[in-house]
Write a protein that binds this ligand. Structure first.
Ligand SMILES: [Cu+2]
Length: 247
């Protein structure tokens, strides 16, 4: 069924749950589509001009119509209460603790994703809008002690596999959307807000960050990459970044 719907591969722990919901909704849509199609064909024949020379203005009366409507509504309520809302509640209430998670700030701008790690001290350095240049798109103040070990990157988000990732999203200009289709993550990024989103990547590989809101003329090239690495590879990548820090 998943292949039939053309869904991308599942690369996070909650991806299967989201897909399960999508599959259930599609089953309901299939039943409704076929049901209404049959009903439409029936009406075309049953109320043809030849059999009904005089129009009836009363309309149809019957229990079937009402009970069908009620039945559809009940199925929708079940999908909402037992699948959609519980899945959403885990996303928004069961955030991982900052100590257990890989915490990253991702700052969107037209048309790039700026990635910011706190470094060894676990503290994000001060950022100042006045310090923003093409070499320092985050406006990171390297004179701040907390900023000295901070790691920054553009359009490349490196993550270790099987660990909770907590991404703090913000934007420098307009509304963007942080879309990781394989992780089944899609979160709008809104200027003036810090929006956290979390997931656990569970497959090593290369994935895409696609901006999922039409954010301007260069929207099509607002594309980044997620590199999900084994723990050892992630550590050695991080060590390389530390070595490359400005002294
Ligand atoms: Cu964008």
């Amino acid at each position: 069924m998943l292949e039939l719907l053309g869904l991308p591969r599942q690369a996070s722990t909650h991806a299967a749950e989201i897909d399960n919901m999508i599959v259930l909704v599609h089953w309901l849509m299939l039943v409704l589509f076929v049901g209404w199609g049959i009903f439409f064909a029936f009406v075309l024949v049953r109320f043809r001009k030849g059999a009904n020379p005089k129009a009836s203005y009363v309309g149809a009366h019957g229990k079937i119509a009402k009970s069908t409507e009620v039945g559809v509504a009940i199925v929708e309520v079940i999908l909402l209460l037992f699948y959609a809302i519980p899945a959403w509640a885990v996303r928004v209430r069961a955030f991982p603790a900052e100590n257990d998670a890989v915490v990253v700030r991702v700052v969107a701008e037209q048309f790039a994703w700026n990635v910011h790690y706190a470094g060894a001290d676990g503290k994000f350095g001060r950022r100042d809008i006045k310090l923003i240049t093409s070499d320092n798109p985050l406006g990171l103040d390297r004179t701040d002690p907390d900023a000295k070990d901070d790691i920054t990157d553009i359009n490349n988000l490196n993550l270790p596999v099987d660990r909770p990732v907590l991404v703090h999203l913000s934007s420098k200009d307009v509304i963007h959307s942080f879309g990781l289709v394989e992780m089944r993550v899609k979160q709008d990024v809104i200027p003036g807000m810090d929006i956290p989103v979390w997931f656990i990547p569970n497959k090593v590989g290369e994935y895409e960050i696609a901006c999922s809101q039409l954010c301007g003329l260069g929207h099509f090239r607002m594309r980044g990459f997620v590199h999900v690495k084994s723990d050892a590879d992630y550590r050695s990548w991080m060590a390389d970044q530390v070595r490359a820090l400005p002294k």
